[in-house]
Design a protein around this ligand. Structure first.
Ligand code: HEC
Length: 117
């Protein structure tokens, strides 16, 4: 019985461990964002620079277009966008995580309620 619970504890800590290593926690942001984040002024420039080369209007990779406010909002709201920009193993954009400041802007946008302008 005791052995069994050690096994469970081990499995559980492996689960927690593998989750925490996959994402860089945003608490590490050295410059916390105090202002309200908006799509047009704050989020769109990041998406335009880092994502549109592959997720543009024509033939977007993974069928995911990130051209409009609503498209970016949908992908953020369903969790995929935030998960992938913080995914150390398979990040978006591919190859390297964006700076923690940029990723924090998108997290704050979600927190602030997806304001457009
Ligand atoms: C060099 C091309 C490239 C760039 C730049 C790029 N992506 Fe991707 N993206 C892909 C490819 C290819 C896939 C499908 C394969 C995969 O999931 O790894 C994908 C998949 C995704 C997915 C998962 C699919 C889905 O429907 O949810 C998300 C979310 C995503 N990208 C978001 C982004 C965001 C946000 C950026 C910019 C910060 C970005 N990508 C930049 C090529 C790119």
């Amino acid at each position: 019985m005791k052995k069994y619970s050690y096994v469970l504890l081990f499995l559980f800590s492996m689960m927690v461990f593998s989750c925490t290593t996959a994402e860089i926690p945003l608490e590490k942001n050295p410059t916390p964002i105090t202002q309200t984040v908006k799509y047009t002024t704050d989020v769109k420039p990041i998406i335009d620079n880092y994502c549109l080369s592959c997720h543009g209007a024509v033939n977007p990779n993974a069928g995911l277009s990130l051209v409009t406010y609503q498209q970016v909002r949908n992908s953020t709201q369903n969790g995929n966008l935030i998960a992938r920009i913080n995914d150390q193993v398979n990040p978006m954009p591919q190859g390297q995580l964006m700076s923690v400041e940029k990723r924090a802007i998108i997290a704050k946008w979600r927190e602030d309620g997806y304001l457009e302008n």
